[in-house]
Design a protein around this ligand. Structure first.
Ligand code: FAD
Length: 391
């Protein structure tokens, strides 16, 4: 695919994973990221089942992902007096390998920086397709034309909005928000605990972040790049809480690392529009669903592989990517983590906790999760050029 130029929007997981493959297949890759630097933070993300492992292995990063993995641990559900009610085992949320999202993004960046062009602090403002390419304009940089454009810019994808239409047509709000905050002030890590009141949850010291919040809410109107405003919304949602809620929310207000977003699901029946294609959460995101990172990494492998197999013919490759991937990505069309993490009533909280006392049920749920994560026959695509990292 020499001489094929590709613009990727988004430098989190899907974007750099795709850049990794495309550059090795000979493409010239530019990645534009709205944040001024590679974004740290977010929760721990996980890989599970043979398909995820195979793709990481083929990328030559499985050992490094293992080396950087977090030590996962069980989470104890507690009541308002801090008394244990049930235990959620580590493997339920952590898969086979769990790694901080920021660490995984950094690893993918290290493997592509210097070989691909990264442009931070910019964003695409328009995309115009011509017979031979896509003309892109930017908030800051000069306009440029690329052969292909990839939207790997998450659930609120900018590329999807520009090339497919408004977010409301493709993203379903699932009635909950979550927030992550780095709250060292909450005290030293002792064990991971989760406390619920109807419709809201706070968890401390877990692998997700030092404080993790999920709350039921009507749709909130806020600026996604304004964390001060988001911290105020969190404080409002947690007013009058018991256990340590007031202290933890106060500590979150001072946190240097803070992230808030809705729990939403992307519902798209096609991922490509001409020379523009979507990858990762932009195409099949489901917040906190547990499959997003695996789907992004496997999706990057399939999309790049199909482009290589089709000799760069995007019409053939994008169609095959959709055919190959739609069934696998179905898992992201199911489920809503909100009511599981923040059940709406005390009775539902108790029921959720009781579930973790039934070992057989848990085992079969874990088995199902691995099965969904491996529900694709991975093709052996043309081997890309090897690199020093691949040795
Ligand atoms: C900081 C951060 C924290 C996260 N925390 C969680 C979490 O706690 N729980 C969870 O389930 N998922 C979280 N995610 C999402 C998780 O990373 C994905 O579900 C999964 O890994 C798939 O990744 P993705 O690359 O498709 O999308 P994402 O990881 O969402 O990455 C999208 C990237 O696109 C960038 N971007 C957005 N708009 C533009 C634009 N206009 N122009 C250029 N770039 C743009 C974003 O800054 C981001 O780097 C988080 C993502 C980020 C960026």
């Amino acid at each position: 695919m020499k001489n094929t130029t590709v613009l990727i929007s988004g430098a989190s997981i899907a974007g750099p994973a795709l850049a990794y493959w495309l550059e090795r297949y000979g493409c010239t890759v530019t990645i534009v990221e709205k944040a001024p630097v590679l974004r740290p933070g977010g929760q721990a993300v996980d890989f599970k089942g043979p398909t995820h492992m195979k793709v990481l292995e083929r990328m030559g990063i499985l050992d490094e992902v293992r080396r950087r993995q977090t030590g996962s641990h069980d989470t104890t559900f507690i009541d308002a007096d801090g008394r244990p009610q049930a235990v959620m085992p580590a493997e339920f949320t952590g898969g086979a390998i769990e790694i901080q999202r920021g660490d995984l993004a950094a690893l993918l960046y290290e493997r592509t920086a210097g070989r691909c062009e990264y442009v931070f602090g910019d964003s695409i403002t328009s995309l115009t397709e011509t017979a031979s390419g896509v003309h892109a304009t930017f908030e800051r940089g000069a306009p440029r034309t690329f052969d292909l454009v990839v939207g790997a810019d998450g659930i609120h994808s900018n590329v999807r909005r520009l090339a497919f239409g408004p977010e409301e047509e493709y993203v379903r709000f699932l009635g909950h928000y979550y927030a992550l905050a780095d709250v060292a002030a909450a005290g030293p890590a002792v064990q991971s605990v989760m406390y619920n009141e109807p419709g809201r949850m706070v968890s401390l010291w877990g692998n997700k972040a030092s404080a993790f919040f999920v709350f039921a809410s009507e749709r909130l109107d806020y600026d996604r790049w304004n964390t001060d405003q988001q911290k105020r919304l969190l404080a409002q949602a947690y007013q009058g809480g018991k256990w340590k809620m007031p202290e933890i929310v106060a500590a979150a207000s001072d946190a240097s690392e803070f992230y808030l977003d809705s729990i939403s699901r992307v519902e798209m029946d096609h991922y490509a529009e001409g020379r523009v294609v979507l990858l990762g959460d932009a195409a099949y995101g489901n917040t906190l669903g547990g499959f997003g990172t695996g789907l992004a990494v496997v999706g990057a492998y399939v999309l790049a592989g199909e482009l290589a197999a089709a000799g760069g013919d995007h019409r053939v490759a994008f169609r095959r990517y959709e055919e190959e991937f739609r069934g696998y990505a179905k898992i992201a069309r199911k489920g809503n983590a909100g009511p599981f993490l923040a059940p709406p009533t005390q009775a539902r909280i108790t029921m959720r906790n009781q579930m973790f006392k039934r070992r057989l049920l848990l085992k079969s749920m874990l088995w199902m999760t691995d099965k969904f994560a491996s529900n694709i026959d991975l093709k052996d695509y043309p081997a890309p050029a090897s690199t020093p990292h691949d040795q």
